[in-house]
Design a protein around this ligand. Structure first.
Ligand SMILES: [Zn+2]
Length: 228
């Protein structure tokens, strides 16, 4: 059981320390709930992928860190809800009896394709966002707690943004010699892969960062209204 690379551990400690500095122990508890439930779901699904590195940790936790340093419970909760929604959608969606469909076109895609969604995975996203929203309602100090529905909706909005960006802007690669498709530009099949769709500089980490930003912005706008 190895959830983080050494660099990932350093990044996770930095995010944890910053969130604790900004929002005190209730903020850390919220972050821990996301990290532990996500890691346990990954473990249960026996998807022992590579341990998370610093870049991946910051893609999921960087927006929450900045929001916490600014003292924004709504921003941090929205970002963490989005990260939880995306993680839960992936892990619970893996049990779907039906293959995912691309969120943009509805076309069937193979499991694990960025931008593919399933009904079960979407339910998982709602559950993950609702868990973070519920914990926020319990943990955030009176007067600073964003509404439950607002945080849950922000989390789901972040997950949807993740899927749309994953289906459109995220770089997708293919082997020049066969039909195999890849999500990493550094992959080598028969030959080094080449860009088939999307933008080379938008990878899964970039999409996760954008999705947590959408979650944070949605929760902050929903809590305070648009700036005058
Ligand atoms: Zn090939």
């Amino acid at each position: 059981m190895k959830w983080l690379t050494p660099g990932g551990l350093v990044a996770a400690c930095a995010v944890g320390a910053g969130v604790t500095w900004g929002l005190r122990w209730p903020g850390l508890a919220l972050l821990a709930a996301f990290f532990l439930t996500g890691s346990i779901l990954t473990q249960l699904a026996e998807r022992r992928g590579p341990s998370r590195n610093a870049r991946q940790v910051l893609a999921n936790g960087g927006v929450a860190l900045v929001a916490a340093l600014l003292g924004s419970w709504a921003g941090a909760a929205g970002a963490i809800a989005a990260a939880a929604a995306d993680t839960w959608a992936t892990e619970i969606g893996a049990y779907s009896p039906f293959p995912p469909r691309l969120i943009t076109s509805g076309r069937r895609v193979t499991r694990g394709t960025s931008g593919g969604i399933t009904a079960l995975g979407t339910l998982g996203a709602v559950a993950g966002a609702a868990l973070i929203a519920g914990l926020t309602a319990v943990l955030a100090p009176r007067g600073k707690a964003p509404g439950f529905v607002m945080v849950a909706a922000a989390g789901v909005a972040g997950m949807l943004a993740d899927s749309v960006l994953g289906a459109t802007l995220q770089g997708k690669y293919e082997c020049p010699a066969c039909d195999a498709r890849f999500e990493r530009g550094s992959s080598v099949c028969h030959e080094p892969v080449r860009l088939a769709r999307g933008w080379r500089w938008v990878d899964n980490d970039g999409v996760n960062l954008a999705a947590t930003l959408v979650g944070a912005a949605a929760a902050m706008l929903g809590s305070h209204g648009p700036p005058p």
